[in-house]
Design a protein around this ligand. Structure first.
Ligand code: ZN
Length: 154
């Protein structure tokens, strides 16, 4: 695990220093806010949806390095994906960060997000790492409520 731990530190530092997609979006399809009171992390997420594809995503906020790095990596990971692909990525991410650290991490299909296996060493930080994903889920679920169409195939 020590390689993964080093990579984790490196990726967190990089994305905290230079967060990707760190900007508001003009006329977003959806906006959602996330707050993690345990740590004080706050973020606002902006999504542009084209049918059910996430064509653009950005965020703003303040919080600890892990919450910011996680939001940055999340936006990179879901941009261009469909809502259902993004939701399934969230399930895999959630499983990764909530698997006890003494069990092997299931990282297939997670790409760079796999480094968050390292957050399991710091249980208090799991909520920081998950905040952006929960906010994404709220954003896309709200979109469903508002923009429910006759397309029932998904
Ligand atoms: Zn935090």
């Amino acid at each position: 695990m020590s390689d993964l731990r080093e990579l984790y530190q490196e990726v967190i530092l990089d994305h905290n220093r230079r967060p990707r997609n760190y900007h508001a979006i003009d006329h977003p399809s959806r906006t959602a806010r996330g707050h993690n009171p345990l740590c004080g992390d706050r973020l606002t997420l902006y999504l542009t949806l084209d049918n059910d594809r996430i064509t653009d995503v950005g965020f703003e906020g303040s919080g600890c390095a892990i919450s910011k790095a996680s939001a940055s990596l999340m936006t990179e990971a879901v941009k261009g994906k469909t809502v259902s692909e993004a939701t399934s990525l969230f399930s895999r991410f959630h499983e990764l960060v909530t698997t006890p650290p003494d069990l092997p991490a299931k990282t297939e299909g997670l790409g760079k997000l796999a480094v968050f296996a390292g957050v399991r060493e710091y249980p208090a930080r799991v909520k920081c790492a998950s905040l952006a994903w929960h906010t994404l889920k709220n954003a896309v679920e709200a979109a469903d409520d508002v923009a429910k169409t006759e397309d029932e195939t998904r």
